[in-house]
Structure formats: structure tokens, C-alpha cells
Design a protein. Sequence first.
Length: 314
Amino acid sequence: MKKAVKPCAAWAEKLAASHRHTLSAREQAELDAHVAGCPACAAVQAQNDVLAQRVLDSIMSGIRPVPRAAFVAADMDEPGSEAFPVPVGIILSRKAMQARRQARRARATIFKALACATILLCVLVASLVISHPVSPPAIVVTRPTPLPAAPGSIPAAGFNVVGKPTISAQQINAILTYYHSPAAGKGQALYDLGVQYQIDPVVALAFFHHESTFGRFGEANYTHSLGNLRCIPDYPCVDKKRGGYAHFANWEEGFAAWYKLIHDYYVVRNKLTTVNQIIAVYAPVKNQQDQAHRNYVTFINRDIALWRSGKIHS
């Protein structure tokens, strides 16, 4: 093992300082004169030159220098050995490197904590979704799509609308309640008005069902009109931009207006007494084979047949 060369004690500090570029011009000249005549100091200076060049080459190439002594910095608690003086101020100090390592550890700890929190949150959300599944939004149907089943036969011309009641007030209330009608509980009024105008209340109930699902949808929801009547004398006219609709103060008033219209205009004046005859004028179309007209006629007749059989729904 090669024995370390020691510089002169009086010049050791200046030999190290010369690589920091801290000597004055006069001090550097004196050092150069001494080195020229001192082999030991000349050898130490040569070692310092080699080490400084290695450090510079490492910095320029982006690779940290390998010699351990290169990692020693100016603010070390222990000074460098006299045999291997350290170029000070080029590489990070041990304290700085230790602080950097501690910062890296702290960041790694934070990242791990965030990852754990994220995983925990995902598990919690998944468990909530599984335990409380979200139902899809309900689809609101403004008109009943399936035609009611028809127990028994239906006359070719449709049922006669004139006559005594074929269902009771209690049945009417049961049907209105089943379909969540805003007119629920008004069965007795619908029944009594049918008796007054000699129109079977089951017919009025069927029109009410087809026109607005018993007042739940469309104009009837706020006009209280059993049959979505257009504007008529003695009653306010609303929604004129849409053709205009009669507005009634309550359901009883709307029921009475419909019965009066069917009795006075259709039955007495025009001698129309069956469902099919009345609908041809009530909801006129150019061609009575039109599907919408046929559905309207079928719907009313089947409702009448269903409720007269004692059922509430098909």
C-alpha cells in the first residue's frame, strides 16, 4: 500500500485553498515558489489537480464522482486528511445530502399515505354502491299504453252512454284511488251528476281515464277538466296559444260541464248515443279508420266493459 504523502504543515492549508480560488495573487505566487522547491508539496498539489479534474469531469458528464472523498464538503465537522486534501464547495455537503435523503423519505411517506387513503375511499364508495344500489329514474307515461282487457263482448257501434249507472260511487272511488288521481274521493259527485244528466258515470270515468289518466297529466291537472274541454261560455279560457282550454274552479265543476256537454249537445241535439258516434264528433278525424281514432274508441269501450265486470284494472 503506497504511503500517503504529507505536505509541509505550513503550506497544507494554502495547498487546499488554491483549489478554491481564494488565494490572492501574491499568496499564489509564494505557494508556486515553494512547490517548485518542495517535492512533498508538489506531489500533494498534483493529487489535488487530479482530484479536481475528476470532479469537474463528473459534473460535466452528469455522473457523480466515485471517490468517497469527493462527497466531503466545506462545512464538515471533521477536516479532511492531510494526505488527501478535499476540494471544498464543489459537491454537496454530507449535511445537505442527509437533508435531501430525509426529504425524499418524507415525500415517499406522504405518497404512501395518499395511496392508502385513495384505496380506502374506493373501497368505501364501492361498498356504498353495493349496499345502496341506485334505481334508474322512473319513466313518466302520460297516457296508459296498454288497452284494457275487455271481458265479454263489445257492441260494434260501441256501448250506449245513456242510462242508469252501471257502477257504484264506491267503485268509482276505488278506481280513482288505484290510479292515484288528484280527483280521488270525488266518486259520489261523479255518480250523482251522471244520475242527474242520465249519462252512465262509467262512460265519464272512461273518458277521464283516456284524456288525462284521471287528471294526473296534461291540461286537466290544473284545469280540472274531465274531458280536456276547449273554451266554452261562462268559464275562463286558458292556454289560448295552444288552442284554448276551459278552466274550472274544482273537479265537481269540471264534471258537471262535461255531463252537460254530452247530454245537451251530443245526445239531445245531435241524437248521438253510442261511444263510437260521440267520439267521431268529440275527437274528429278525416278518416275514421285512422289508428288514433280506432284506439280512442277501443280504449273507452274496453274500460266500460272492464269496470262493469267489477274489476278495477285489467
